[in-house]
Every structure is written in C-alpha cells, then in structure tokens.
Ligand binder design. Structure first.
Ligand SMILES: [Zn+2]
Ligand SMILES: [Zn+2]
Length: 342
C-alpha cells in the first residue's frame, strides 16, 4: 500500500493515542490485510501499566487488499488472521500446530516494511497460509471470534475430548472464558463456572452456563462437588492464569478427569503423587487450535451467531481505543471489538 495508516499507541499509564505511520506493502508470501475487526484481548493490561508501544493486538479479521504474487489468497478475499509469524516449514507448522513453531520469521525484515505487525491498525501483513477464508454468510465480527474469542478454549475442549456426557467447569469469564462457555454448550456439555464479576457471571448465564460460583466464597469448592454428585467435574478450563483458580480446578476435577490451562500467569505447584499419579488427572495447555480445525470453528460460529452477538457486548472505533480499554478495566463487558475504519 502507499501512504499512511492509523494505529493505536500506548504512550503512558492509561494514556493512549491514535497515530499515523507508513502503511505496509505486500512481499513474497506476505499479503496486506485491511483490518475490519480487531477483537480486544488482554492488551488493556499494557494500557494500565503504561507499556509504551505502537505494536498492539494479535486478533483480526478483514479483507485482503494487496498480494505480491499469486498464492493462497487473492485481493478481495475476506479472511481471519491467525496469530504470530511462524516459519511454515517445520513439523509443527506442517502439522497445523503452527502456534508452537520454534522458528518464527521476522515479518518486517522479510518484507522490508517498518509496520504491519499490529492488529489495532488499519492494515497488517501476514503470510497467505495464515489467512483463512471467511464464507459470505458469516459477519466479519463473528469470524474474528475464530481468534482468541473461541480459539484457545476450543483447543482445550478438543484436546480433552469434551462431549455431551461431560460437565465442564470454567474459571474466569473474561474475553476468553466466555467463549469457553459457548464452545462447551456447542458440544452439548453442562457448564459450571467461577467468576467474581457479576456482569460477566450474568452474561455467562445468558450464554448457557448453568451456575456461576463466586471465587471468594469459601463454600464454592464444596458446592461444585455437590453439583456433580460428589464425584467431581469431568473437564476443567482455566482462563484466569491465577494459581488459586488453577488449584481449584485440579481439586474440583474428578478422578481421571482433565484440566486445561488457557490463562497465563504465575507458577503453580502441582503434586505429582497426589494430583497426577493417585488422582490420574490429565493436564493440558492450550494456546490456540490446530489449523485443520478451522472448519469446525466456522461451524460453531455459523450455528451460534446469536450467542456470539451476545458475547460481543461492545464495539468501538479505533479513535476511541482509550475508552474501550477503560471499559475493559471495569470488567463490565464481554468481548470488545475495535473497528479501525469506522
Ligand atoms: Zn514452524
Ligand atoms: Zn487474544
């Protein structure tokens, strides 16, 4: 592309701006995507801490506007943008597990651009094989939920083999955990959750969670056990990254049950004897999902559009990014989507 584009910038503690930077151009397998929807994830923590940056965000959907050579996308394609800049040739990339690639490429060095790696931006660059097609009948904001909105918890439930026979327990109903409720409901599972924020607890109820427990209530572990007939939960997903929540899940899971960790945070102590050997737990980490599962995610998005519209509680133009972050700091929101062109 020629000319400039707008990107969000953090300039200090709770101080944000929108600045003009050069627009990126396509090169080799890197296409330019006009960002139409940038779901907001945990970047509000950078805003709160004042981590100065003009490279913000990792979730996006939009339209291909420039390619350098014929490849897997063409100009005009609507696409979901996968995160990171993996190599594309290692065993993980070839197997669809690109999120675990150990040989990330430097997209700026590879293309000669000075920008294009942020999603809170009007344009970005990405390898064409990481741009997944969005069918015409799916709204771009919904398609963008194939990033963190639905992705990490989908990966978690898929790995644990969760189905309609299972009770799923989710801790943390923020921009990732709410998607976990939707994913588990799609599979027909019964959903219990733990969340302190009343707004989010209520939203999870609307999305299909049967009951949401307060993490501050000392009776919560006993109540969860009681709701599973004293047996424990089949599959658990932590979306907080908080060790106390992770421990609650390990203790709430039934024998031979599974716990998946999606939220990142401090270290957690695990007893190999008590938690793993005697209890027989399976522990999983889930950052994203296998590329081959994208059609399944689209199926959820297509079937549960109404739930997704409910999960996306707020939308903001790029110019109001500070307002969006302030809202996220209150916790009184579900998934928030930024629109770089409105
Ligand atoms: Zn790789
Ligand atoms: Zn994210």
């Amino acid at each position: 592309m020629n000319g400039a584009m707008k990107v969000a910038a953090i300039e200090g503690e709770r101080h944000a701006a929108v600045v003009d930077v050069p627009a990126p151009h396509a090169a080799d397998e890197f296409a330019v995507v006009k960002v139409l929807a940038a779901p907001m994830c945990t970047e509000y923590k950078m805003y709160r801490n004042g981590s100065a940056s003009q490279v913000i965000g990792h979730e996006a959907a939009g339209e291909v506007v420039e390619i350098a050579r014929p490849g897997r996308v063409k100009v005009g394609d609507r696409v979901v943008v996968m995160p990171l800049y993996p190599c594309g040739t290692c065993r993980y990339c070839v197997g669809g597990e690109f999120i675990h690639c150990e040989h990330s490429v430097d997209p700026l060095a590879a293309t000669g651009n000075s920008t294009g790696v942020a999603t809170y931006a009007q344009y970005l660059i990405k390898q064409d094989w990481l741009l997944l097609p969005v069918p015409d009948d799916i709204a771009i904001d919904h398609a963008a939920m194939a990033c963190c909105g639905l992705g990490p918890t989908f990966g978690a439930l898929e790995r644990m083999g969760v189905d309609a026979f299972d009770t799923v327990l989710i801790t943390g109903l923020g921009p990732v955990g709410l998607g976990g409720v939707i994913n588990a409901r799609y599979r027909g599972s019964r959903v219990l959750a733990v969340e302190s924020n009343p707004y989010r607890a209520s939203l999870a109820g609307e999305l299909g969670a049967e009951e949401v427990f307060d993490p501050g209530d000392p009776d919560t572990p006993a109540r969860i056990r009681d709701r599973t007939g004293g047996v424990g939960v089949d599959a658990c997903v932590d979306c907080t990254g908080v060790p106390a929540a992770q421990r609650l899940l390990i203790d709430s899971a039934r024998r031979r049950g599974s716990v998946a960790f999606v939220g990142e945070g401090a270290a957690l102590e695990i007893s190999i004897s008590t938690d793993m050997i005697r209890k027989g737990l399976t522990l999983e980490g889930s950052w994203h999902y296998n590329l081959a599962d994208y059609p399944k995610i689209l199926q959820i998005i297509r079937s549960f559009g109404e739930k997704l519209s409910r999960m996306i509680t707020h939308e903001f133009p790029l110019a109001k990014v500070a307002d969006a972050w302030e809202l996220q700091l209150t916790g009184e929101c579900g998934k928030v989507v930024l629109h770089p062109w409105s």
